[in-house]
Design a protein around this ligand. Structure first.
Ligand code: CA
Length: 225
C-alpha cells in the first residue's frame, strides 16, 4: 500500500513518514502544496494524508482539484483546529475523513487502515453516461464497449464531465480543474482540448454527448435527437 503525505511542517512530515513506513506502508512525503498536488495527480497512491494549512496551495484547493479531476483516492485531512465549519467544508469537497492536530499516531493509523478497507469495498469506481464509461481505478475509458485511448488531461477532462452530467461547465471552471489555471488565463486551450476529446468519444458514434452551450461553456448529457 502506497501513501502520499502532503505536509509542510518538517518535524510533523518526518514523523508521519517514519511512523507510517514502520507500519509497513510505502510513503512519499511532499512538503508543499504544488508538489503534493502534482504527485497526487501523477502517482499511483492508495491514500492521501493531506494537511490543510500549506504554502502555495492549501489543502482545500488540493482536495477540490483532485475531486474535480475525477481522482477517487481516499483522502484524510489534517487540520490544526476542531472547527465544525471546516469539517463540513472538507466533507462537502469530498474528503473521506478528518483528524485534528495534535492527534495520537495510533488514531491516525487506525483511520488510515479503516479508509483503505472501505476503499477496497468500493472498487471498481465507474462513471457512466449513456454507453460511455470511465473506470477511475483502472483509468480506462470505453464507449459502446470500445476502448478509447486518452491522454492524462483528456482523462481528467472526461472525468470532470462525467462527474457532473447535465451541468454546464464554464471554460474557466474547466481550466482551473484540469489545468490548474486561473480564470484570466487563455481558455482557448479548453476549446482545443474539448475538440480533441470529442474526436475520440463523440465523433465516431451516432449520439453526441458533449454539447456546446453558447456563451457559457460545455455540458455532457443525453439529448433527444
Ligand atoms: Ca501545515
Amino acid at each position: 500500500m502506497k501513501l502520499l503525505i502532503i505536509e509542510d511542517e518538517p518535524k510533523t512530515g518526518d514523523y508521519l513518514r517514519q511512523g507510517l513506513a514502520e507500519a509497513g506502508f510505502v510513503v512519499d512525503l511532499a512538503r508543499s502544496g504544488p508538489d503534493g498536488l502534482h504527485w497526487a495527480q501523477t502517482g499511483e497512491y492508495d491514500l492521501l494524508v493531506l494537511d490543510v494549512m500549506l504554502p502555495g496551495l492549501d489543502g482545500w484547493e488540493i482536495l477540490s482539484r483532485l475531486r474535480g479531476a475525477g481522482h477517487a483516492l481516499p483522502i484524510l485531512m489534517l487540520t490544526a483546529r476542531d472547527d465544525v465549519a471546516d469539517r463540513v467544508r472538507g466533507l462537502e469537497l469530498g474528503a473521506d475523513d478528518y483528524l485534528v492536530k495534535p492527534f495520537a499516531f495510533s488514531e491516525l493509523l487506525a483511520r488510515i487502515r479503516s479508509l483503505l478497507r472501505r476503499g477496497k469495498a468500493k472498487e471498481p469506481e465507474q462513471l457512466v453516461v449513456a454507453d460511455l464509461e470511465l473506470d477511475l481505478l483502472r483509468r480506462r475509458a470505453t464507449r459502446a464497449g470500445q476502448r478509447i485511448d486518452l491522454t492524462a488531461k483528456e482523462f481528467a477532462l472526461l472525468a470532470l464531465f462525467l462527474r457532473r452530467p447535465g451541468e454546464v461547465l464554464s471554460r474557466a471552471l474547466i481550466a482551473s480543474q484540469v489545468w490548474d489555471m486561473n480564470f484570466d488565463s487563455d481558455t482557448n486551450v479548453v476549446d482545443v482540448a474539448v475538440k480533441r476529446l470529442r474526436a475520440k468519444v463523440d465523433d465516431p458514434f451516432s449520439e453526441r454527448l458533449i454539447h456546446t452551450v453558447r456563451g457559457m461553456g460545455y455540458v455532457m448529457e443525453r439529448r433527444p435527437s
